[in-house]
Design a protein around this ligand. Structure first.
Ligand SMILES: NC(=O)c1ccc[n+]([C@@H]2O[C@H](COP(=O)([O-])OP(=O)(O)OC[C@H]3O[C@@H](n4cnc5c(N)ncnc54)[C@H](O)[C@@H]3O)[C@@H](O)[C@H]2O)c1
Length: 421
């Protein structure tokens, strides 16, 4: 393990492998590449210190390289103890981007890494889940006066930040990158959809066809996982607490029922609700022998693991990322990836092509934060519509796809109330 003042990674010798995979990911990140080239010419982030708490993956590395080209000095730390790709972390350090992340790090190291990223006194924070922002506000508040603004990558982080803003506790403006259409419609849906199935498949090598797959939460991520599981031949059951989304799931062709009922029939359970104790003691009690449990929501609180531990007489690893809990009545339940987001714990997270759009939004929002310095009050802001549309246009361009534009007559029609039948 290499430890110095501002980086901490598993092994710097992994850098070469990481560099090759970062270059491979860049093939599928044409929009970030275009932004990186422009940033290299224009240096819009010149002199800006960025502290970024993100999943340390090859895609994140491509974002970090774009920020560096733009003139920023960025320090990275992991946004989840299990999501780090150690080779990508090593390559980042070699590229001159201090990175603090080791796959499997404990809670203490995780927060030590966040603190190291904050040590530089950032002008901009980039967060995925709001652990960096909450640490900054609670333990490092002396650094806040230096901060111009921040951005947040995921649904759970945006929910936490809105609650901070409502309580009057948020001290600087933050852009909710998650809420850009070019983010959640693609990253949350197609990215989480594909990579969650990938993570569970890599961990277990199960056949999906014919399995009863219970998905808890039918948000954008839940939509994506459901459609991919269905495509593989699974029988999908959705559980929800929100009536409109439950109705949507029914009309999308899935079975919808309370989790207490689904618990009795499911072969595989996937939580993706962004909520706590979604699968709880009563559900474990109702489950079949050998049911599989996985989470893809941001934090490892969606499956009540302390309750599962308490109900169990034995816990054994069976293969990487699979632990067998034997309950006191002899029933066996398999928990994947310690209940942490399975797509990053057991697979490689989202494919680069969707992270291209999410991270294009991140890079453009950082430029926007610098340009808006002093103009935005502390609050959570949407991604400006123009950035969202620009990302979509660039992505379509990169795919060689042209679309129509409104005629002057159509534009007038859409902006006028005078014409009817
Ligand atoms: N694994 C990843 O790579 C990845 C990627 C993007 C988002 N996320 C995370 O996934 C989670 C979901 O994100 P999203 O964008 O789909 O959110 P969302 O808000 O669109 O959807 C969440 C859904 O869960 C439902 N829900 C809440 N509590 C529930 C309960 N007890 N039982 C059943 N349903 C319940 C809500 O009604 C909502 O429809 C968040 O934690 C987000 O941060 C993970």
């Amino acid at each position: 393990m290499t430890t110095t003042k501002n980086y901490d990674i598993k092994d710097v010798r992994l850098a070469e492998a990481g560099r090759r995979r970062i270059e491979w990911a860049s093939r599928e990140m044409p929009v970030v590449k275009l932004i990186r080239e422009r940033f290299a010419r224009e240096k819009p982030l010149s002199g800006i210190k960025i502290s970024a708490c993100l999943h340390i993956t090859t895609e994140t590395a491509n974002l970090a390289l774009a920020l560096k080209e733009g003139g920023a000095s960025a320090i990275l730390c992991a946004s989840n103890p299990l999501s780090t790709q150690d080779d990508a972390a090593a390559a980042l350090v070699e590229y001159g981007i201090p990175t603090n992340a080791i796959k499997g790090e404990d809670q203490k190291t995780y927060y030590k890494h966040i603190n190291t990223a904050l040590d530089q006194g950032p002008h901009i924070t980039v967060d995925d889940g709001a652990d960096l922002v909450s640490t900054l506000h609670t333990e490092r508040s002396e650094l806040i006066s230096n901060v111009i603004g921040g951005s947040e990558e995921t649904t759970t982080g945006v929910i936490r930040l809105r609650s901070m803003a409502r309580a009057g506790d948020l001290k600087y403006p933050i852009i909710a990158v998650n809420d850009a259409r070019t983010k959640y419609l693609f990253d949350n849906r197609y990215g989480t959809g594909q990579s969650t199935i990938d993570g569970i498949t890599r961990a277990t090598n199960i056949l999906w066809a014919g399995k009863k797959v219970v998905i808890c939460g039918y948000g954008w991520c839940g939509h994506g996982i459901a459609i991919r599981a269905k495509g593989l031949g699974a029988q999908v059951i959705i559980t929800e607490v929100e009536p409109v989304r439950a109705l949507e799931a029914v009309m999308d062709g899935y079975q919808v029922m309370p989790l207490t009922e689904a618990a009795r029939v499911g072969d595989i359970f996937i939580t993706i609700a962004g909520n706590k104790n979604v699968i709880d003691k009563t559900h474990f009690e109702a489950m079949k022998d050998e049911a599989i449990l996985a989470n893809s929501g941001h934090f490892n609180v969606e499956i009540n693991i302390p309750a599962l531990e308490e109900m169990s007489s034995d816990k054994q690893p069976v293969r990487p990322f699979v632990e067998r809990y034997t309950l006191k009545d002899g029933k066996r339940l398999y928990l994947l990836g310690e209940g942490r987001l399975i797509n990053l714990a057991a697979a490689e997270g989202h494919p680069a092509s969707v992270m291209d759009m999410s991270f294009a939004n991140q890079a453009l929002c950082m430029e926007y934060i610098v340009k808006s310095k002093g103009k935005l009050k502390p609050n959570v802001y949407p991604v400006p519509e123009e950035i969202d549309k620009q990302v979509a246009r660039l992505k379509l361009d990169s795919m060689g796809i042209n679309i129509d534009s409104l005629t002057a007559e159509q534009d007038r029609y859409l902006n006028s109330w005078r014409e009817g039948t």
